[in-house]
Write a protein that binds this ligand. Structure first.
Ligand SMILES: Cc1cc2nc3c(=O)[nH]c(=O)nc-3n(C[C@H](O)[C@H](O)[C@H](O)COP(=O)(O)OP(=O)(O)OC[C@H]3O[C@@H](n4cnc5c(N)ncnc54)[C@H](O)[C@@H]3O)c2cc1C
Length: 402
């Protein structure tokens, strides 16, 4: 096996993973290491151009093959342990590569899980080769953490189709996607019970990209506008009224993968800080000789280990079909993203002035890590979710102690 920079080889040896995952980690780690020129190039391009190029490249090189149900599992496993490992390696190498991979996978996963055979056949083979780009559109300016507040309306028309009216906000790949997975209000029931998922090709009359947004870490990121956008009845994914379940099922699976990406960013920051501490002269010695530096590096290492174990556990729970995997997914996202923020900040501190120079590794990581504590469930929402899953039987047993 090659020397992997992006993974902790000891973690990969744990029984959470099997040989297919270890082979995958080896292959993607090597692929990322060999693409230094590509990473340099795409950083000079517009986020849109880079996004298009990276989705295509990931598809051509087989990293999205698991999105095609007919491709089989021979080469690349498509379970959550695999998706987490891929995100960790890509995030270590380049934020936009992780972004391209994650949004394509995010948009395709509901199709894999709820799509009809015809919908799967129509979209997934091209999503797996990167020739068709997807986006997942649930958020609105007035409905972020509270998905049940989605207001974009989808009303039945005389021909049995639906007319979509409203807006979507903060949509990753919004300005380059070929198809949007849209959660809209159809009104079968109140709040979360009245939402439906639709597949809306981006060239459908009545849908357009609204405001294009500049983010702290540049990427395709936009609002979408729907004005009398007509879609046929077979654009419904799953069945009417199931949109909230589809959105939550997706987010519960993907939260741990956000944790995995955070781990990739954090490991890159920690490696950069360690390299700097070993070479930077301070007084008569090196930065790493100072006990305060050693304490910071030790804290980083503990946080990295804990985050990697929580992500591995969450993915393993999901892959084995545990009913409580969503709890572990929230725990992994909360811990890994919060601690990654701390690790990146500590790395900037250890690098001193050179840590904040534009387009340096730590300056990029400092900008790139921030959004992970917001999207796919904020840290506050993760805390609420975890609190809601505490084991009350334990409290019942301990009642005599209080
Ligand atoms: C880079 C990026 C990419 C994104 N990509 C997508 C995408 O592809 N598709 C998509 O649909 N959306 C996307 N989003 C939107 C994202 O999902 C929302 O930003 C997120 O759900 C939070 O919603 P909000 O921004 O409206 O914040 P709000 O929901 O308004 O939250 C504001 C603050 O209030 C807190 N808060 C909210 N509710 C509670 C509560 N009950 N208790 C305590 N505190 C609370 C939050 O934690 C937060 O700190 C993206 C966002 C970002 C930053």
């Amino acid at each position: 096996m090659s020397q992997l920079t992006s993974f902790d080889p000891e973690i990969l040896q744990l029984p959470f993973y099997d040989e297919r995952h270890r082979r995958l980690a080896d292959a993607v780690g090597t692929w990322c290491d060999d693409r230094a020129d590509l990473w340099e190039e795409i950083r000079t391009e517009s986020p849109e151009k880079a996004g298009l190029r990276l989705v295509r490249r990931l598809g051509e090189d087989g990293w999205l093959a698991f999105l095609d149900p007919d491709a089989g599992e021979e080469g690349l496993p498509g379970d959550l342990r695999a998706i987490c490992l891929l995100r960790e390696a890509l995030a270590y190498a380049e934020d936009l590569a992780d972004f391209a991979f994650s949004i394509q996978t995010l948009a395709a996963t509901p199709l894999l899980r709820y799509g009809s055979e015809a919908q799967q056949r129509h979209y997934l083979p091209r999503m797996a080769t990167g020739s068709l780009i997807g986006a997942f559109a649930v958020s609105e300016e007035e409905a972020g953490s509270d998905v049940a507040a989605v207001a974009l309306r989808a009303e039945r028309d005389a021909d049995g189709g639906y007319l979509l009216n409203g807006q979507k906000a903060w949509i990753a790949n919004g300005s380059i996607a070929d198809v949007y997975l849209v959660i809209a209000r159809t009104g079968e029931g109140p709040g979360p019970l009245g939402l439906t998922a639709f597949l809306v090709p981006a060239d459908t009359p009545g849908v357009r990209v609204g405001k294009r947004l500049d983010a702290l870490a540049p990427r395709s990121f936009a609002h979408l506008v729907f004005e009398d956008c007509r879609v046929p009845a077979d654009a419904v994914l799953g069945r009417p009224g199931k949109g909230f379940v589809i959105a939550m099922d997706l987010l519960e699976r993907f939260r741990m993968t956000v944790g995995a990406a955070a781990l990739g960013f954090a490991r890159r920051a920690a490696d950069t800080a360690l390299a700097r501490a070993r070479t930077r002269r301070i007084g008569t010695g090196k930065l790493i000789d100072l006990q305060l530096t050693q304490a910071t590096l030790a804290d980083m290492d503990v946080q990295l280990n804990a985050a990697a174990l929580l992500v591995a556990r969450a993915a393993w729970e999901a892959d084995r079909g545990s009913r409580r995997f969503a709890r572990h997914s929230s725990i992994a996202k909360l811990y890994a993203t919060e601690e990654a923020q701390r690790i990146v900040d500590s790395a900037v501190q250890l690098l001193g002035a050179s840590g904040v120079v534009k387009d340096g590794v730590t300056e990029r990581l400092y900008r790139q890590i921030r959004s992970l504590r917001i999207y796919e469930g904020t840290s506050e929402v993760m805390r609420l979710t975890i609190a809601g899953t505490l084991d009350t039987r334990r409290a019942a047993r301990a009642v005599g102690d209080v």
